[in-house]
Design a protein around this ligand. Structure first.
Ligand code: BGC
Length: 432
């Protein structure tokens, strides 16, 4: 039993983030924002979008393409003006189709084949008519204009060959042309964080930033003075190094597709939390705190992050759901004390994720308004924020605790990648 307490105490020590540490991370984040904007070395890329804030009066019907690493989604979006937008219809395709075995995100897939599949889906979704298309492409891109963006590198373990370094709009336009789809005109390419911001800012006032807390992690915000004017900046904050990684984080990073990169993302995002959980469970097993015997858990990425939600909400006195989890997945009959260890592990990993996210948001707010006087709203999209139990509350509590005087809040934004792409298309078409 003592060993078990010791193991839990060690995990607390490794995964907890004190108020002082959170403050320090936020301050460092704000400093790196400044350096990135000035072109000095920084983990934050601070990428320009060449898109200003919307007025809320943009109108028109647009096609939106959302490519984020899990699905390919197409939407027909109507901007009605007066801050109202509607998704008229949508369809999505998984990048990895278990039936056919085709994986558009695999290294064996070429960029041309990927964009040809996208063009084919577009032809099927919009069989007739002329369309302006807004493209949400949720990866770090060096943006040259609002419609020209080179993929710097894949993240979220996507590996499709021959896309890094290429202009995404050219790849899409060429693929559309090969299929005779010249009636579809890609007019803008944005990051999903930019989409989250635009969607919320289209619908209401006071929004200063957009964040994604889902498969990936990132934040964009409205910078008053960048590249000659006001524009949304995609920080690529998933690449920030919070500097408090554990041995589990180091192991995950080492065996990842891009070691040394996306360190914050690897500690906070849905792509990785289940894997961190698995690594901690294995170490508890090696230390004989938990003893399981399952092939399933020896496979990397075999514990999906969503599974952790049901463990977090097990409030039964005997932790029955966690007992089932251990039986089904770990092939382990557990005593209550062991189930407590499993639950505590999940809680610690998820809470750390939410607190590190809060630290990043705090960094943005501090830079935007050091005196913390204005009302600030950060729009957030993504499965962790929307569905992971307690996640949103943990972020909010941290913001209130660290910004006692400011009315800074977060709000959920839905369909940010679809509506945001339409808003961006409207803004950039009106400029041409
Ligand atoms: C990408 C970002 C994206 C985020 C959320 C990260 O892996 O680098 O561009 O915004 O995921 O989808």
């Amino acid at each position: 039993m003592n060993e078990m307490f010791r193991a839990i105490a060690t995990l607390y020590g490794q995964f907890s983030i004190s108020a002082a540490e959170l403050d320090a991370v936020a301050d460092r984040f704000a400093v790196e924002m400044e350096s990135g904007l000035m072109g000095l070395p920084s983990r934050l890329k601070m990428l320009p979008s060449f898109i200003d804030a919307p007025s809320g009066q943009e109108t028109g019907e647009y096609l939106a393409l959302d490519f984020g690493g899990t699905n390919l989604r197409l939407l027909a979006v109507l901007l009605e003006g007066n801050r109202k937008a509607r998704v008229l219809r949508q369809k999505s395709w998984p990048l990895h189709d278990p039936e056919s075995g085709v994986d558009l995100a695999a290294s064996s897939m070429s960029g041309d084949a990927l964009f040809d599949s996208i063009a084919s889906a577009i032809g099927e979704f919009a069989p007739t008519g002329e369309w302006q298309l807004g493209h949400t492409f949720s990866f770090p891109c060096r943006q040259v204009t609002a419609n020209k963006a080179e993929l710097i590198r894949w993240t979220k373990e996507v590996r499709t060959a021959g896309v890094e370094g290429k202009d995404i709009t050219s790849l899409l336009t060429d693929a559309l042309a090969s299929r005779g789809l010249n009636r579809i005109k890609p007019v803008v390419v944005i990051n999903d964080t930019v989409g989250a911001y635009l969607t919320a800012a289209y619908a209401g006032e006071g929004v200063v930033a957009g964040a994604i807390c889902g498969t990936g992690h990132n934040v964009a915000y409205l910078e008053p003075e960048a590249h000659g004017g006001r524009m949304v900046i995609n920080m690529e904050s998933g690449n920030f190094d919070p500097g408090m990684g554990t041995a589990f984080d180091a192991a995950l990073d080492k065996s990842s597709e891009k070691p040394g990169e996306q360190l914050l993302e690897k500690q906070v995002s849905g792509r990785y939390l289940g894997e961190l959980f698995r690594l901690v469970l294995i170490s508890l097993s090696n230390a004989k705190i938990l003893q399981f015997n399952s092939d399933r858990i020896s496979q990397p990425y075999s514990l999906p992050t969503e599974m952790m939600s049901s463990l977090l909400t097990d409030e039964s006195s005997a932790l029955l759901r966690i007992g089932d989890f251990c039986r089904d997945l770990l092939e382990l009959e557990t005593a209550l004390a062991e189930r407590r260890v499993v639950k505590t592990t999940a809680v610690l990993i998820v809470t750390r994720s939410a607190r590190l996210t809060a630290a990043a948001l705090l960094g943005v707010l501090r830079r935007l308004d050091p005196s913390m006087t204005a009302r600030q709203m950060i729009a957030v999209d993504g499965s962790l924020y929307e569905r992971m139990p307690g996640y949103r509350e943990t972020i909010e509590r941290a913001l209130v605790r660290h910004l006692p005087l400011a009315a800074a809040r977060t709000c959920l934004v839905k369909d940010g990648s679809g509506i945001g792409a339409a808003v961006a298309a409207a803004i950039s078409s009106s400029r041409r």
